[in-house]
Design a protein around this ligand. Structure first.
Ligand SMILES: NC(=O)c1ccc[n+]([C@@H]2O[C@H](COP(=O)([O-])OP(=O)(O)OC[C@H]3O[C@@H](n4cnc5c(N)ncnc54)[C@H](O)[C@@H]3O)[C@@H](O)[C@H]2O)c1
Length: 394
């Protein structure tokens, strides 16, 4: 049944969710504390590759509106939270944005509304952090609360919000039933979880699986390099096995808002419970050493890097997106600079970054390091400049 929904956080998770919910006939209010973003969304300009301006315009025609005022949620029956859950400067989980958003929501949410958290959280966060804030503010112990993690993979052409099964866990049966009814209006399969703790942990297991396997293939790539064997040929050969093997591909580290961050939420909760995860901690060590590995490869090729002109190609964390969060190119550039190199970067999707503009590819470099291979990068423009391909090609 169409309803009035507020979605708090209009980023990579919240905006696509808002578009899908509007498309299913709900009246959607997108709340974000970034007033510039709110103005841009209301003027029909999307910043997310998966959401063209035409889709946003269509949603606006169908009742979507962005706002930076939490007061506007007071007549919504469902409020979904999609705010960031990052790591702090010490590399530990930082719930403060989530906590602040839940406080702001609790000031205005109706006591019979349904509150859904989609932000990625550590096991126990729903029961120990979110529920007490809401229950305390509203004085309603029966308040309907749900955790439903997002599984969005930006630019994935096959798997999207509609056809990816959606995990849903309620703090009570009524909350679970309400959330299932809501998501079923635009998701093909809603999967009920046995408890919020199980689903909090399942989300972290999914991303830790990827984190650990990427670190493993990065280590294999380093080994193959030492053995003078092409790692991509090795992966292709192994992947002919039709069962029990899943290919992962090497790179310069792990970026983005999820894969390098979420496993730390799990490892940190496990450590607090007295059961540290050696796998996650080892994977973090291997991945964070990848930029230094490629700077070492640069030294092998050039000798001293002092005064050498080096261009890093691709500063986004993943191919074909303009998102630079947690990008391992940052560390590569820092290490090259501290070795005295004269470093430029090229990324026509990112264009402007850290006060600098993307440099053109040309033959005027001593070395190029391909960190993120967007489609349509014209490597030919490098001529005979030596290239280190962090994706395992050499
Ligand atoms: N990006 C992904 O691919 C992805 C996939 C699965 C899960 N997640 C998880 O979803 C959550 C959101 O991630 P994202 O990538 O959409 O983040 P994002 O940074 O793209 O968007 C978050 C938005 O929330 C807004 N915001 C921050 N604090 C706020 C507040 N107090 N009130 C209102 N708005 C606020 C920000 O201005 C921003 O626009 C995180 O927990 C993340 O781990 C992300």
């Amino acid at each position: 049944m169409p309803t009035k929904v507020a979605i708090v956080g209009q980023g990579y998770v919240g905006l696509p969710l808002a578009m899908s919910a509007t498309g299913a006939g709900h009246t959607v209010l997108g709340i974000d504390r970034d007033e510039k973003l709110v103005a841009s969304l209301n003027s029909g300009t999307s910043f997310i590759e998966d959401i063209p301006d035409s889709a946003l315009a269509e949603a606006i025609k169908n009742g979507y509106r962005a706002s930076s005022s939490f007061e506007d949620i007071s007549d919504c029956s469902i409020v979904v939270v999609c705010v960031p859950t990052p790591l702090d400067e010490k590399g530990s989980p930082d719930n403060s944005i989530l906590v602040s958003a839940v406080h702001s929501i609790s000031n205005f949410i109706k006591s019979d509304a349904l509150l859904i958290i989609e932000s990625t959280i550590a096991p126990g966060t729903m029961r120990r952090v979110v529920a007490p804030i809401v229950v305390d503010k509203l004085g309603n112990k029966e308040f309907d609360l749900v955790f439903s993690p997002e599984r969005i993979d930006p630019l994935n052409k096959k798997w999207n919000l509609q056809n990816t099964p959606k995990l849903v866990a309620g703090m009570n049966d009524r909350a679970l039933a309400r959330a299932t009814e809501f998501y079923s209006t635009f998701v093909s399969e809603v999967v009920p979880g046995s408890s919020v703790e199980v689903i909090e942990t399942a989300k972290l297991l999914e991303n830790s699986f990827r984190f650990i396997n990427i670190s493993f293939i990065n280590e294999i790539a380093i080994m193959c390099n030492a053995l003078n064997i092409n790692v991509l040929d090795v992966i292709e050969a192994a992947a002919t096995k039709p069962y029990g093997f899943m290919p992962f591909y090497p790179g310069s580290g792990i970026g983005g808002h999820c894969i390098p961050v979420d496993p730390i939420y799990l490892a940190s909760a496990a450590r607090e419970a007295g059961s540290p995860s050696r796998f996650i901690e080892l994977a973090r060590d291997i991945n964070s050493a990848m930029p230094a590995h490629f700077v070492g490869r640069a030294v092998e090729k050039l000798g001293s890097l002092s005064g050498k002109k080096i261009i890093v190609i691709g500063v986004a964390y993943k191919a074909n997106v303009a998102d630079t969060r947690e990008s391992s190119s940052v560390r590569i550039i820092e290490l090259l600079k501290s070795a005295g190199a004269n470093v430029s970067w090229h990324d026509e999707l990112v264009k402007n970054w850290r006060g600098e503009k993307s440099s053109k590819l040309s033959q005027d470099f001593d070395l190029a390091i391909l960190a993120t291979p967007h489609d349509n990068i014209e490597l030919d423009a490098l001529g005979s400049v030596p290239l280190i391909d962090t994706r395992g090609a050499n």
